[in-house]
Design a protein around this ligand. Structure first.
Ligand code: SF4
Ligand code: SF4
Length: 200
């Protein structure tokens, strides 16, 4: 495979899934973690076993706990355009001309940086990486995604109750500004043209 997209976290009690993710790493040039669960565990961090159909399954981890991941698409859920663009750009990074590789590098760098940053994330990261950087636009997605209600919106900005946070990463995965791609704003047209040309 040139580019492998992996969705969802991995259940450690499911040997088949554990083997599959390792084989994916061995056989793919670029591995993309697609969505909050693959990147950070997200809601599956809450799993404690006892589900009726598969009670033996009780531990889920993001794929980065088991293999090296090259690119994150952290949203929950990513848009079809995001998924398409990452696939095309990852392919051009491997097989494109020099100009295409340069554009692909610019496009993918923030998502590769996220993957290199690690697969743990908490409400404090949202404060450090988004709110304190002046990137928060007050959309409220983080508060809506937090299952333990550790985030409330106050005066249009999220307030994180750190003692309640269980570090599931859902808010970080859901925040559209945690992977805001400032590097490519000036190259947007060229990137869009490269993607459309590659698709034809
Ligand atoms: S603030 Fe909530 S959503 Fe964010 S990491 Fe903590 S528990 Fe998860
Ligand atoms: S999801 Fe991100 S941009 Fe939206 S309110 Fe939360 S921190 Fe701000």
């Amino acid at each position: 495979m040139d580019v492998a997209l992996v969705e969802g976290s991995v259940c450690l009690q499911d040997k088949c899934s554990v083997d599959e993710i390792k084989q994916t790493r061995e056989n793919a040039a670029i591995v993309v973690a697609m969505g909050g669960c693959a990147c950070y565990g997200n809601i599956t961090r809450f799993a404690r076993g006892g589900q009726q159909n598969q009670p033996q399954m009780e531990s889920y981890v993001p794929i980065g706990d088991l293999i090296k991941v090259d690119v994150f698409i952290p949203a929950c859920a990513p848009t079809p355009e995001q998924i398409r663009n990452v696939c095309v750009m990852a392919y051009l990074l491997l097989k494109g001309t020099k100009e295409q590789k340069d554009l692909a590098t610019a496009y993918l760098k923030p998502l590769m940086d996220l993957a290199a940053r690690g697969n743990e994330s908490c409400g404090c990261d949202l404060i450090t990486d988004v709110i304190n950087q002046g990137l928060c636009m007050g959309c409220g997605s983080c508060a809506a995604s937090c299952t333990v209600r550790a985030i409330t919106m106050e005066y249009g900005k999220p307030n994180v109750e750190r003692d309640l946070c269980i570090k599931c990463g859902a808010c970080y995965a859901q925040c559209p500004r945690s992977f805001f791609n400032t590097d490519v704003i000036s190259q947007y047209e060229a990137i869009n043209e490269a993607i459309m040309a590659a698709l034809q």
